[in-house]
Design a protein around this ligand. Structure first.
Ligand code: SAM
Length: 274
């Protein structure tokens, strides 16, 4: 059953107010396709009845499920490759020199989806910087989707997910068989703190950060929301820290704070002033 114009508007408003995600007109097909499985699993007669229930109580569990259904979770191990190369060859070596005094490096994977991004970071550190013994290097990984966070914490991936971007020699090194899936070793899992964080709400509990990966998520927000979120990045990123965005993304409107780096193919920007 197709969604009516009124119901689409209700979903649009709900999603914007609760996650910052902006659904452009014309995305009715996406809402229909993504909400239909929820209609069945939650026992509603059709999309309209689901939207009425959502409109009555947007803070319910149903609200969370609607947000989860409408977010795009596309990701892969070592997505785009360049950012990880840049980290390995330039940024981590620079930070190791800079943090000699306190020997602490904090990395945040904001919008970590099903975990491939933070796990890629953790495997890169274990592989290329295993000689760094006395540094405390922590990764925080967050997302708005509890379902994605659960998958992150389980560390379980299908053969298909493994085949998307994981270097072949990392499989025997960092994974073990778990029936039909592969599970990432606890040594890697323990390097990451997974937590719920809605980028559209207040950010609580984040440590001062040296590196932020905020990739392929700001594209879902409108211009003003994107700017508001980047202003919050300025507050939590240490001066001289690095922001990695998705390929082709830029910190629009805040160029005086973020310097373009030599690593432009990595969409890597340096915070020069807070
Ligand atoms: C396309 S994935 C990007 C994953 C990963 N960063 C990458 O580049 O491969 C987008 C993620 O953003 C999350 N997301 C969407 N809106 C969010 C919000 N308001 N706060 C936090 N995460 C959000 C979604 O749940 C989804 O997992």
């Amino acid at each position: 059953m197709s969604i009516s114009a009124d119901d689409f508007q209700i979903v649009q408003k709900f999603l914007l107010e609760n996650s910052g995600i902006s659904l452009a007109p014309g995305k009715e097909y996406l809402v229909e396709g993504r909400l239909q499985p929820l209609v069945y699993s939650e026992g509603f007669d059709d999309i309209h009845v689901l939207v009425v229930a959502l409109n009555k109580n947007s803070e319910s569990d149903l609200g969370k499920k609607v947000i989860e259904a409408l977010t795009t979770n596309e990701t892969s191990f070592f997505r785009d490759k360049h950012p990880f190369e840049t980290l390995k060859t330039a940024i981590i070596p620079e930070l190791l020199k800079k943090t000699q005094a306190n020997k602490k490096i904090q990395i945040w994977s904001a919008a970590s989806s099903s975990g491939q991004e933070p796990y890629s970071l953790a495997m890169l550190l274990a592989d290329s910087f295993s000689w760094v013994k006395d540094w405390d290097i922590r990764i925080v990984a967050s997302d708005i989707s509890e379902e994605m966070l659960e998958k992150c914490r389980s560390g379980l991936y299908s053969q298909f997910e493994i085949s998307r971007g994981l270097p072949a020699h990392y499989l025997p090194r960092f994974f073990q068989r778990a029936q039909s899936k592969w599970q990432i070793n606890s040594e890697i899992r323990e390097r990451i703190d997974f937590c719920y964080l809605n980028l559209y709400e207040d950010w609580v509990g984040l440590p001062p950060l040296d590196i932020i990966f905020m990739r392929n998520v700001l594209i879902y927000f409108d211009k003003d929301t994107k700017k508001t979120i980047l202003e919050k990045v300025i507050k939590v990123l240490k001066p001289g820290g690095y922001l990695f965005m998705g390929s082709g993304e830029k910190p629009d409107g805040l160029e005086e704070h973020f310097q373009t780096t030599d690593f432009s193919t990595s969409a890597c920007f340096k915070l020069v002033s807070a």
